[in-house]
Design a binder for this molecule. Structure first.
Ligand code: C2E
Ligand code: MG
Ligand code: MG
Ligand code: MG
Length: 282
């Protein structure tokens, strides 16, 4: 009971919140070491053309294997990394590693694939972000067109002129920009028109129920149509069923990813999956 624990007869935090705080502190302490000791991995989730089912690329998603054999998921540590500033270092590693992997796959004879990397809003707004990307491209020597940066509304909608300039200079490097989790953040349609991006990713919360809920379908259809009218490609994330996949094709959605096709996989497994998948659809 709270009276026994707190001197003043009350508690500041419930045990559940206390637990979360303690976990965050523990993660914060391990993060720096994790980066120095190269403990992180990227997994790759295929992105396919909805009409042909051909694979056009993948999204790189960070994973943190733990000593006890468990794998920590980004939802648990990205926020902590953002709060203590380590995200810039971690985010730089993600971009370098994705570029390195693109080059390795090319050297292994795979056809060119476009790999999308998630960018934290804090990382996007940091002073050296442009240079970080330019350096990673130069160091790896890959075709910049094989790299895509996923930014969220919260990264680009606030200081829209500044964000727009950053995006333009990044695009001048030859890479692609996509707007991730579209519809879930702080969006403004008037600002959307001023931002240079190549792709719109419809958040999985809109896709999840399109085969059972007419309102979800209405929203998904409208967002897809909006993307088309803006002249950008539209990607649906979180496709879990054939029914959803078919509906998206009918709505003329260009690209899709989701557990129906594959969960994110380690790099080598992705390469094998890619080989088998290419045979299956050709
Ligand atoms: P996101 O960028 O929207 O990535 C999509 C998330 O949905 C991934 O979760 C993916 O595994 C999951 N997903 C894909 N298909 C399905 C599906 O059919 N059903 C369901 N239920 N889920 C699906 P993940 O890997 O746990 O990543 C969560 C979020 O963490 C990402 O959302 C992204 O915002 C962030 N994140 C991941 N990797 C990075 C990174 O390298 N840097 C930064 N800054 N953020 C990252
Ligand atoms: Mg993403
Ligand atoms: Mg997303
Ligand atoms: Mg998300």
């Amino acid at each position: 009971d709270a009276r026994e624990r707190g001197h003043a007869g009350y508690q500041f935090f419930t045990p559940a919140i206390q637990n979360r705080i303690q976990r965050a502190i523990a993660i914060e302490q391990k993060l720096r070491q994790g980066i120095e000791q190269n403990e992180f991995e990227l997994h790759y989730q295929p992105v396919v053309d909805t009409r042909s089912r051909r694979i056009v690329g993948a999204e790189a998603l960070i994973r943190w294997p733990q000593a006890n054999g468990e794998v920590m998921q980004p939802d648990e540590f990205i926020q902590v990394a953002e709060a203590n500033g380590v995200i810039n270092q971690l985010g730089a590693w993600v971009i370098q590693e994705a570029c390195r992997q693109v080059r390795q796959w090319r050297m292994q004879g795979m056809p060119p694939l476009r790999i999308a990397v998630n960018v934290s809003p804090i990382q996007f707004r940091s002073r050296n972000f442009y240079q970080c990307v330019a350096d990673a491209l130069a160091a790896s020597g890959i075709d910049p067109n094989c790299l895509e940066l996923e930014v969220t509304e919260s990264a680009v909608m606030k200081q829209v002129d500044e964000a727009s300039q950053t995006l333009s200079s990044l695009k001048n490097l030859g890479l692609q920009i996509s707007l991730d989790d579209f519809g879930t953040g702080y969006s403004s349609l008037s600002r959307l028109a001023r931002l240079p991006f190549d792709k719109l990713k419809v958040d999985q919360s809109f896709i999840r129920n399109i085969d059972t809920d007419s309102r979800s379908l209405a929203i998904a259809e409208t967002v897809i149509a909006l993307g088309k009218r803006l002249g950008v490609k539209v990607v649906a994330e979180g496709i879990e069923t054939e029914a959803a996949f078919n509906l998206l094709r009918k709505c003329d959605c260009d690209l899709g990813q989701g557990y129906l096709l594959s969960k994110p996989m380690p790099a080598e497994q992705f390469r094998q999956w890619h080989q088998e998948h290419m045979l299956a659809v050709s």
